[in-house]
Write a protein that binds this ligand. Structure first.
Ligand SMILES: [Zn+2]
Ligand SMILES: [Zn+2]
Ligand SMILES: [Zn+2]
Ligand SMILES: [Zn+2]
Ligand SMILES: [Zn+2]
Length: 217
C-alpha cells in the first residue's frame, strides 16, 4: 500500500481519504453496499468509507464485455432503477452506459472469470445474456440477471453476482453473505433464500416490470 498512505483529495468527497486494510464490516458511503477489510476512510467524517472501486474507478470505465459503450460515473440515478447485473436497487454510486445500462460499481468490476471457493474444480465465467430463471448454487436465489456459469458445461453450476462479489472480495470472513439488500418488492414477495424455494412456482405470475426484481416472464 506504499504510496497510497497519504491523504488523497478525492472528487467524490470533500475531505481527504486514506486507503486502509483490516477494516471491520462497513456500509460504503458511495454505493451503499456492504464491505470489509479494504476501503478508503475519511479522516474527518467518522463513518465515511468507500469501497476501493467506488473511489478508484475513473469517471469513465470501459467494461471488457461492452468495449463500445463506455460507462460513466453518476452519484445516483434520478429515478429508482435496478442494477442490470444483479437486479438489486441502485441506492448510490452507479455507472451508466451510453446505451442506458446501469451497474453497481462492484458489479462492474467483478472479474469475468474466477474460481469460486465453493466450486474448486473449474473456473466460473460471467454470462450477461438472459437465459431465463436460474438458481444460484451458493444461496438458492432465483434470478434472470447476469450470472456466472461453470466453464465445464456438464457441471450446470450457476452463481449470482452477489455471491461472486462476496467470494472475490472474501467478505464471508467478515460475516457478510450479501453485499446488497434485497429490494422491498422482492422481500414482500418472500423471495429470501429460505422461502424462495417454497414460493418459486407462485413467482411465475410476477409482472415483468419489477424494479430490481430478478423475475421476468
Ligand atoms: Zn461502494
Ligand atoms: Zn469526510
Ligand atoms: Zn449490481
Ligand atoms: Zn447467490
Ligand atoms: Zn464446474
Amino acid at each position: 500500500m506504499a504510496g497510497r498512505e497519504e491523504v488523497w483529495k478525492h472528487s467524490r468527497h470533500e475531505h481527504g481519504l486514506r486507503l486502509r486494510e483490516g477494516l471491520p464490516r462497513y456500509r460504503c458511503s458511495g454505493c451503499k453496499a456492504l464491505g470489509a477489510d479494504v476501503g478508503y476512510k475519511c479522516g474527518s467524517c467518522p463513518n465515511f468509507v468507500l469501497h476501493r472501486p467506488c473511489a478508484d474507478l475513473a469517471d469513465e470505465y470501459i467494461h471488457t464485455l461492452f468495449p463500445e459503450h463506455p460507462f460513466n460515473f453518476r452519484r445516483r440515478t434520478r429515478l429508482r432503477h435496478g442494477c442490470d447485473a444483479c437486479g438489486k436497487l441502485l441506492r448510490g454510486f452507479v455507472f451508466q452506459s451510453s446505451r442506458g445500462m446501469r451497474l453497481h460499481p462492484l458489479c462492474m468490476v467483478v472479474p469475468v472469470r474466477f474460481r469460486h471457493s465453493g466450486h474448486r474444480d473449474h473456473d466460473l465465467q460471467l454470462v450477461v445474456q438472459d437465459e431465463g430463471i436460474y438458481k444460484c448454487k451458493n444461496c438458492d436465489w432465483q434470478n434472470t440477471k447476469w450470472k456466472y456459469r461453470c466453464s465445464n458445461l456438464d457441471c450446470g453450476v450457476r452463481l449470482d453476482m452477489n455471491c461472486a462479489i462476496v467470494d472475490t472480495l472474501r467478505l464471508s470472513e467478515y460475516g457478510i453473505t450479501q453485499v446488497y439488500k434485497p429490494s422491498k418488492l422482492r422481500r414482500a414477495l418472500g423471495m429470501t433464500a429460505e422461502v424462495g424455494k417454497v414460493v418459486s412456482s407462485a413467482m411465475v405470475g410476477v409482472t415483468p416490470t419489477v424494479i430490481g426484481g430478478g423475475v421476468r416472464q
